[in-house]
Each structure stands twice: as C-alpha cells, then as structure tokens.
Design a protein around this ligand. Structure first.
Ligand SMILES: [Zn+2]
Length: 250
C-alpha cells in the first residue's frame, strides 16, 4: 500500500553505494524509516541524495510496519535549495541537529504528532531566516519545551511541581530550583526532597515561568536555561544527547 504524506528528513545514512536509509518525520504518519533505493545515483527519482532537513512530499510503501518502509517518491518543497542555508552558520546548524536528535529520540515510529511537525518546520524556517546566537537559543528552548509538551512530558513551570505554590506568588528573594525527577520548578521548602535539583538564578526562573518573555532574554540567561534543559533531557534519556556538547561550548 502506498502512503502519501509531507515530511521532513531528520536522519539520512548511507546504506550502500547507491542507496540511503532515511528517517522522515511525517505530518500524518509520524516518524518513519525507509530505504531510498538508488537515491545516490546521479539520475534517481529523488533528484540526488536526500539530505537532513529536506522537506517535501513523500510517497512510501509500508506493507509491514515491522520492517523498513520503501520510499518511492520525494519531491522537495523548495526545489533543490531546501534548508541548505542552515549549514552557513555552524551554531544554527548545531541547534537544528540537536532539535532533530531530540525529535527522533522522543517520538515512536508511526506515532503521529501533526502539531510537533508544524512546530519543527517553523523552527527550521525561523532558523533558516538567520538569527543571532541569542535568538537561536531562544528558538531552541521554545522548541524543546514544545516537544516535551507534545510527547506528554510537559514540565511544571508556573508553580512548584511538588507543593503547587504558584511561582507568581513567591516572595522576593525566594530561591527556585529545577528538578528532573519532579518534572519542573521546585521551591525552597521542597528542594531538600529532590537531590537531583539544579539551582536557578532569579532571572532564569522568571523566564522559565513566563515563556512569552523568553525572546527578550540575554544570552547568559538563555545559556543557563539551556544547560538546565540539557540536564533534564539527559535524565529523561539516561544519557547525554549527542549534540548537547555543541550547543553550550560554541
Ligand atoms: Zn514546593
């Protein structure tokens, strides 16, 4: 049976001299892995090898979901250009690769997430339009928090995740922490019960509790928030995401 969808390539590896194994995040079907036979031949039906972040219409056959699907058509929505401009800026490219790594890790095959598809496409488009480092970090943080929400792991950021004290009602000078095991912010009264907590500066806690303001945040605070999120993703996955080291040291 042939299935048509729109999809973004989130992984592409060589399978043979002429073929690739590609992972697509498809809007209606969810994540699929497929073999693109002959995609590396100069005159293939795919107009050349399929690159990561290629976006467009796909047709694939998935007669047996236990096995690799077979990609039969791919038509890029942007001609040959795609999001190739992303590689002009290494930090932007690394942020996009990090986003696709997390998308791959936190979704299952054939589990559709159309909202997450739209968010990721928007994230790539915003990244492609060129941003300075702070703007790119803010985009990455918002994408990462959106991803957690879409896969049912939304962290509690408007209150203490343990005692539910509203963040807005805090007293000045109150300390706030983030705990992966509590899945959110933790207040000073509760922090002792969460050995994995990370202390947040007042500024970082303010932005995390009010994400609408995050685009105005300074790079130092965005770095702090991203460090907390990398810590959180590491706890959730049981190991550090591969791209993490390229985000905070660049
Ligand atoms: Zn509390």
């Amino acid at each position: 049976m042939l299935t048509k969808d729109v999809a973004i390539c989130i992984r592409a590896v060589d399978f043979s001299e002429t073929s690739q194994i590609v992972t697509f995040f498809a809007r209606a079907a969810g994540k699929i892995s497929a073999i693109a036979k002959g995609s590396k031949r100069p005159k293939s039906t795919f107009d050349g090898p399929i690159e990561i972040f290629s976006y467009g219409k796909i047709v694939f056959s998935d007669s047996n979901k236990e096995k690799l699907a077979t990609l039969t058509e791919f038509e890029s929505a942007y001609g040959s250009a795609g999001f190739t401009g992303l590689s002009n800026n290494l930090f932007t490219l690394n942020c996009c690769l990090f986003g696709s790594e997390l998308l791959n890790k936190f979704t299952h095959d054939y589990d559709p997430h159309p909202k997450l598809f739209d968010d990721f496409l928007q994230f790539l488009q915003n990244a492609h339009e060129g941003n300075n480092k702070s703007e790119m970090l803010a985009l990455l943080i918002l994408f990462q928090l959106g991803l957690l929400k879409e896969v049912g792991l939304r962290p509690v950021l408007n209150a203490c995740a343990n005692c539910k004290t509203r963040y807005e009602g805090r007293k000045t000078g109150d300390e706030f922490y983030f705990s992966s095991s509590a899945n959110g912010l933790i207040c000073r009264d509760c922090e002792a019960s969460f050995p994995d907590k990370v202390r947040l500066t007042q500024t970082a806690a303010n932005y995390l509790s009010n994400l609408k303001l995050i685009a105005e945040s300074k790079e130092k605070t965005l770095n702090e928030i991203e460090m907390v999120l990398i810590h959180h993703f590491t706890e959730l996955l049981g190991r550090k995401p591969k791209m993490a080291k390229h985000i905070l040291l660049s």
